[in-house]
Structures are given as structure tokens and as C-alpha cells.
Design a protein around this ligand. Structure first.
Ligand code: VGL
Ligand code: ZN
Length: 218
């Protein structure tokens, strides 16, 4: 049976897509596990049933990726460095191409998802955003959505304060109407990063929906 979420009942399906950000092992049980991320997987499965168009993003790094702390002498995860494109947070190795850590979580079930957008595959540049690498290179997602007449986006996934926020900020700047379903996201929340992200999104006109989603699990 489909759980109905009344707030999602009247969306214009033809013009709307759900973007499911980085629901991968690495961010749930793996190398960069985010607190409470496992609880959002069944919620996302139910939410996705209410959208005709669903797109999945996948953080997908080569093993020599510049965001991995171990490649920087004397640095540890969560330190920051300055690169040609700006400040870069350093991370534990995560979501390496071809590993279990990079795979979608086994409980994620969205058979009708129509596009999987990989990002972060350039060894020299990080890409939190689904739309744009950190140096401004476009990923092609904007072209895909605009060619298909989609102008309204809902976001769920991980991490609220990194890939979700960066994606929504680019999306708003590219002209999309954006809503984050906050209860279907999970945050890293280091040093106030979640509150900063919320402030940034609200300042730009991203709609933050804080309703609680309850799903029956059989
Ligand atoms: C992410 C840190 C590094 C994310 C990706 O999905 O939010 N965070 N790479
Ligand atoms: Zn990453």
C-alpha cells in the first residue's frame, strides 16, 4: 500500500522531479557514516512513490581523489585546505569507484528512478553539488532537466549540510523552484555546519519543509 503524504498530493508531476542525494553505503554504514542516516532510507522509498520523475545522485570518487585527507601530508579528516577553486574540507576515503562504499544502500528501493547522476569523478575537483563541480564545471543535470521541462525540484538524502545544500543553492541560481524535505535528510553537522546550511538555503529562497514523515514498515 502506498503511504500518502498530503503535502505532496498536488504537485505538477510533469514539471517536477525528486532528487535523491547520495543514499550510499559510505554515508550510512561506511567510511563517512552520517548519524541517523539509515532511518531516512524507508522514508525516501515512500516519498519517491509520490513522484513520477526521480533522479538519484551518486558520489563517485577515484581512489586518488583530492578530497581524501590521506593524500595531504599532515592533514586529517575534517581539516580544511585551500585549493585553486576555494576551501576544501578533507574527508576520510569514501565512495570510491567500484567499491561497496560507493553502492546505493541495499534498502533503497526506487525502481522507477530514471537517471543516476555520478559526481566527484574528477580526481582534482570535488563536487558536492549535483549541478556543478567545485570549479564551476557543469555536470549536465541542468541540461537534462531543462530539456525535459522540469522546473520544480524536491530534495532528500545525505548530507543535508553538504551535498543537499550545495545542490539546492545551485538549483535556485539556475532558476528552479526548490524544496528540501528536511525529515528525509541526514546531516554531518560538524561545528554548526547544519545551521549554517539552513541559513544559506533560507537566504536564497530554498523552501525548507520540516514536516515529519512516518512510514509503516512491515
Ligand atoms: C558528501 C562529503 C563528501 C555528501 C560527499 O554527500 O554530502 N559529503 N562527499
Ligand atoms: Zn565525496
Amino acid at each position: 500500500m502506498t503511504t500518502q503524504f498530503p503535502s505532496l498530493a498536488n504537485i505538477d508531476q510533469a514539471k517536477t522531479a525528486l532528487i535523491v542525494v547520495d543514499v550510499q553505503n559510505g554515508f550510512i554504514t561506511g567510511n563517512l557514516a552520517v548519524p541517523n542516516a539509515a532511518r531516512i532510507v524507508p522514508i525516501i522509498n515512500e516519498i519517491a512513490k509520490q513522484f513520477d520523475h526521480v533522479i538519484l545522485t551518486q558520489d563517485y570518487h577515484p581512489s586518488n581523489h583530492i578530497s581524501f585527507a590521506k593524500h595531504h601530508e599532515g592533514k586529517k579528516p575534517f581539516d580544511t585546505i585551500v585549493l585553486s577553486y576555494g576551501e576544501q574540507v578533507l574527508w576520510p576515503n569514501h565512495c570510491e569507484q567500484g567499491t561497496q562504499d560507493a553502492e546505493f544502500h541495499a534498502d533503497l528501493s526506487i525502481p522507477h528512478a530514471e537517471l543516476i547522476l555520478r559526481k566527484g569523478y574528477n580526481a582534482q575537483v570535488d563536487s558536492y553539488s549535483a549541478f556543478m563541480e567545485a570549479d564551476g564545471t557543469m555536470t549536465g543535470l541542468d541540461g537534462y532537466l531543462k530539456q525535459r521541462g522540469i522546473d520544480t525540484l524536491y530534495f532528500v538524502g545525505i548530507a543535508t549540510d553538504y551535498c543537499v545544500t550545495w545542490s539546492t543553492i545551485d538549483a535556485v541560481n539556475l532558476g528552479y523552484q526548490c524544496t528540501v524535505l528536511m525529515d528525509a535528510t541526514a546531516a554531518i553537522d560538524q561545528d554548526g555546519s547544519l545551521q549554517d546550511a539552513i541559513d544559506d538555503m533560507q537566504a536564497l529562497g530554498v523552501n525548507l519543509d520540516f514536516e515529519k514523515f512516518t512510514v509503516c514498515q512491515l
